[in-house]
Design a protein around this ligand. Structure first.
Ligand SMILES: NC(=O)c1ccc[n+]([C@@H]2O[C@H](COP(=O)([O-])OP(=O)(O)OC[C@H]3O[C@@H](n4cnc5c(N)ncnc54)[C@H](OP(=O)(O)O)[C@@H]3O)[C@@H](O)[C@H]2O)c1
Length: 264
C-alpha cells in the first residue's frame, strides 16, 4: 500500500515503537495513552456513516479504501477490547473484529505490536445488546463478552459458544459509564469502539469518549427523510460539542483525521 501522507500532527502525542512496516504505511509514529476510549469511523463528505440493508456500511462508505482498512487494523492492534453495539454486530456478519481481518497483509506486524505492548493475542470483542437478538452462529462469538439485560441473557443462555461470556447490567438502557467501569474492572483499559452511531452517541453524551479517528471518504451519498442513513452520532443532542484536531493524514482523496474530544 502507498503510505499515508502525514499533513499535520500536534506535538506531544504518545508514541509506540511501531514495527517498521506499520510506521511506514501509517506515515510516521503512532501511539495511544492508557487508559483510553477511542472511536473509529468512516464518513462520506456529506456525513453519511451508515447505509441501510444487509451491507457492512464502512466498506461501502469508504469505497473499499485500502488505507482505511489499514488504519482500522492498526487501531484494533493497539486495543485491549473492541466495543460495538448489536446493530454493528448484526451488520458485520462473518467479521471477527481482529486487526488482520481489516488488513490481512499486516498480520505479522500487528502480532508483533501486540506482543510489544503486552496485550492478549487478539482484542476482546465486546457486544452491547439489550434484546439479546444475536446470531449464535457468528464466529466472532468464539472470543467475546456480551453486555446485556436479564431478558437478553435468558434469550441467549445455552445458545452461545464456550468462548462467549455474558455480563448482565441492571439499568435499561444501560448507562454507558457502568459499561466502561465493568470493562475496566476486567482489565480492559484501552478500548476501541467501532460504533455504531447509537452506541457512540451514548458514549459521547456521557463524556466518556477520549478520541475520535475519522476517515473522510471522498463520496457523496445524500439522504432522504426516513431512509435509515445515519451520521456519526445518532439519538442524542450534543449541542455543538468541540473537538480538538490532533493529526491529519492523506491517502489519495481520503483524509484521516484524529480528534481529541474535549468534554464540557
Ligand atoms: N461507517 C462506519 O465507520 C461505521 C462504523 C460502525 C458501524 N457502522 C454501521 O452502523 C450501523 C449500526 O449502527 P446503529 O446506530 O444502528 O447501531 P449500534 O450503535 O451498532 O447498535 C445499537 C444497538 O446496540 C444495543 N445498545 C446500544 N446501546 C445500548 C444501551 N445503552 N443499552 C442497551 N443496549 C444498547 C442495542 O441492541 P439491541 O437492539 O440488540 O437491544 C441497540 O439497538 C451498521 O449499519 C454498521 O455497519 C458504520
Amino acid at each position: 500500500m502507498k503510505p499515508i501522507e502525514r499533513l499535520f500532527e500536534r506535538d506531544g502525542l504518545p508514541r509506540f515503537a511501531l514495527p517498521a512496516g506499520l510506521a511506514t504505511s501509517y506515515g510516521g509514529d503512532f501511539g495511544l495513552a492508557r487508559p483510553l476510549l477511542y472511536a473509529n469511523f468512516v464518513a462520506s463528505v456529506d456525513g453519511v456513516v451508515t447505509v441501510p440493508g444487509d451491507v457492512e456500511s464502512g466498506g461501502v462508505v469508504s469505497g473499499g479504501s485500502e488505507a482505511d482498512r489499514f488504519v482500522m487494523g492498526v487501531l484494533r492492534a493497539a486495543a485491549d477490547a473492541v466495543l460495538i453495539g448489536a446493530g454493528t454486530f448484526r451488520a458485520g456478519a462473518g467479521d471477527l473484529w481482529h486487526p488482520e481481518a481489516a488488513f490481512p497483509a499486516a498480520r505479522g506486524p500487528f502480532v508483533e505490536l501486540r506482543r510489544q505492548l503486552g496485550l492478549r493475542p487478539q482484542p476482546l470483542l465486546v457486544v452491547v445488546t439489550a434484546s439479546g437478538h444475536i446470531d449464535p452462529a457468528q464466529p466472532a462469538l468464539g472470543d467475546c463478552l456480551i453486555l446485556t439485560t436479564a431478558q437478553g441473557e435468558s434469550r441467549m443462555r445455552g445458545n452461545l459458544p464456550n468462548g462467549a461470556s455474558i455480563a448482565v447490567l441492571e439499568a435499561q438502557p444501560f448507562n454507558a459509564r457502568s459499561m466502561l467501569e465493568l470493562l475496566h474492572a476486567r482489565g480492559l483499559h484501552v478500548i476501541l469502539t467501532e460504533g455504531g452511531p447509537t452506541l457512540v452517541g451514548q458514549l459521547l453524551a456521557e463524556n466518556l469518549l477520549d478520541e475520535l479517528f475519522l476517515t473522510t471518504s471522498p463520496r457523496l451519498f445524500g439522504k432522504r427523510s426516513g431512509d435509515g442513513r445515519k451520521s456519526l452520532v445518532d439519538g442524542v443532542d450534543l449541542g455543538g460539542r468541540a473537538l480538538e484536531l490532533l493529526s491529519v493524514g492523506r491517502h489519495e482523496s481520503h483524509l484521516f483525521l484524529r480528534y481529541a474530544h474535549r468534554a464540557p
